[in-house]
Design a protein around this ligand. Sequence first.
Ligand code: SAM
Length: 289
Amino acid sequence: MTFDVITIFADFFRSVLEYGVLKRALAGGQAHIRLHDLREFTEDGHRTVDDRPFGGGPGMVFKPEPIFKAVAALESESPDQRFPVILLSPQGRPFTQALAEELASEERVALICGRYEGVDERIAEHVATQEISIGDFVLSGGELPAALIMESVIRLLPGVLGNEESACQESFAEASAGVRPSCVRAALVTAPGQSSRAAGPLRHGLLDFPHYTRPAEYHGWRVPEVLLSGNHQEIRRWRRRRALEKTWRRRPDLLAGFPLSEEERRWLEALRAEEREPVVIPSSGEWEL
Ligand code: SAM
């Protein structure tokens, strides 16, 4: 998979690319990241990429021409290939694990990093195929969002993580046949009493279950006994239950529309009965307690 990043701060990415999963994926050839200096696509002596906003107001705005030319140059490299051209923007579609999965199925993605007051709106309207936001807050530039998106997408590419199934079991993981078949297997074994899941794409968007490692007791805090039992079926059930419980307590919105088995529904009913404080459960889901 190739990422083409259009930025005025290419050096920003150097250290990001030199560590961990990204470094491994680049060295292993599973991913390529090409950094394109936006100033290379200017025509004046000062290599100007920005200008004052029409209508007045503070700050500067990225001009449309250099970005237009940068994207056109990328497109001319492979005229028959259509690929997402993403403008990083706080006004874009919220970035989620599901969107990371979607992007991981692309062969090539272009990322446009804005700065200052942002980018001339005609880029969003006519050049970018979509806008993506990494959250409801404003950063000074698109470089951090671009790095974040590349990191989360690249770790999903086949062969990048040591254990193929580890990405399937993480928080928000969305298993869908065709993207990562190993995730379908993982979701099936972690979903007790849900044989219907064998058919078709499925969602597995819970928060992750809690993890523990040695020592089994530390400062009197003991690891849950079941994890030391060696009973793998019981461990799977416990993990699934804790993932569901955590999701219900912290992110009930993720359960809206989530396909629960009868057993899982009963777990949640029991939890709700125990709870003193009312817990808000979104009403838009397919299930009601
Ligand atoms: N004036 C813009 C607004 O209020 O929507 C904010 C511009 S911001 C200071 C400059 C650039 O940072 C944006 O063009 C975008 O590329 C990037 N950026 C800032 N926050 C972002 C976010 N939450 N997600 C994605 N990109 C972001």
